[in-house]
Design a protein around this ligand. Structure first.
Ligand SMILES: [Zn+2]
Length: 334
């Protein structure tokens, strides 16, 4: 019987089954790497890959953020498959960021393995939820893989963000929402615009990624700090979406001078948009996550109905224990 080996490799994983070797977000030397999305923690070593398989959305956001890939590139659409000797790989939507992909890997002997990458099983304003498919082996992220991570309904989080933004603007201040430049920033822009709030973006990286989202048909309305309408918008009332506050302040100083920037800074109210702010809603931030929460991870595993689960990312060990309690055979990749 052929044995399956999965191990950590660089920032991702290496998979070996019979003569098939694949890198999963890892740039395995001289082999094909399946690249799930363009967040930096999934890109280490990809320059070493012989071939990268990724969606257009992943590749374009990766290039927009200044990364390069070495070797050959095969683009794959969500729902499509590519093959190489002994294996066929199908790309499935992961719901995490633009282009994000889960990979269903089907070997010649019919063994099916699902690699989730980072995934979100809940719809957002700009990304569709990941849907489970049946597989014999599930390789699941476990970022929020302990029971305290139960996110409120996304619509409720949206409502609270919009209420807070309006309240701060009504007091003559400027709400500043800090969010990852890929994924969360675009969701924040779409949300604030949907609530009738003008949005100024504070970092070039967000603007570069927004261009790719727009190319893929996602309606994002915002003004960059560098555009001439920005100062008027800041004066008449707006929210700011930024990914790196320190650089945003530097950009403001370049555009508007130090003394005006200092005045603006005194009007800023910062909020982080991240699952990690759960329990501090409206204070430090809002628990808007691009990942699946604990009940969602367990439910997803149930729907995949695998014989074996491998868990990766932080909380892998704890999530494996919880999966075992739920009747799964689960192993952390550490
Ligand atoms: Zn990610």
């Amino acid at each position: 019987m052929t044995s399956l080996e999965i191990s950590k490799h660089g920032g991702g994983l290496a998979l070996e089954y019979g003569h098939v070797k694949l890198g999963l977000d890892s740039g395995l030397n001289n082999e094909t790497t399946l690249l799930s999305h363009a967040h930096a923690d999934h890109l280490s070593g990809i320059a070493r890959a012989y071939r990268i398989v990724a969606t257009k959305g992943t590749l374009e956001t990766l290039y927009a953020r200044g990364y390069k890939v070495g070797g050959k590139v095969t683009t794959i659409d969500i729902g499509d498959s590519v093959g190489q000797l002994g294996v066929e790989v199908t790309a499935l939507n992961a719901g995490h960021v633009l282009g994000s992909t889960m990979f269903l890997i089907e070997f010649d002997d019919d063994l099916k393995l699902l690699y989730t990458g980072d995934f979100n099983a809940v719809d957002s304003l700009v990304h569709k939820a990941a849907k489970a498919v049946q597989a014999d082996v599930l390789v699941s992220e476990a970022t929020y893989g302990t029971p305290e991570w139960v996110f409120p309904d996304r619509k409720e989080i949206y409502r609270e963000i919009l209420l807070k933004a309006s309240e701060i603007m009504d007091n003559g201040k400027i709400p500043v929402f800090q969010a990852y430049s890929l994924g969360k920033a675009q969701e924040a822009i779409a949300l604030l615009h949907s609530g009738g709030i003008n949005v100024v973006t504070g970092n070039q990286k967000i603007d570069d990624v927004c261009k790719v989202y727009k190319k893929h048909g996602i309606d994002l309305r915002h003004i960059s700090l560098r555009e001439k309408e920005a100062s008027e918008m800041i004066e008449t009332g707006c929210a700011i979406v930024c990914s790196a506050p320190r650089y945003m302040v530097r950009n403001l100083q370049t555009e508007f001078g130090h003394s005006y920037t200092a005045k603006l800074e005194s009007r800023f109210s910062f909020f982080s948009l991240s699952g990690w702010t759960l329990g501090e809603t409206g204070k430090r931030g809002f628990p808007l996550s691009a990942h699946t929460d604990f009940p969602g991870l367990i439910e997803f595993a149930r729907q995949v109905n695998p014989r074996l689960v491998y868990c990766f990312t932080s909380n892998a060990a704890q999530f494996s224990v919880h999966l075992t309690d739920e009747g799964f055979t689960a192993v952390p990749l550490e």
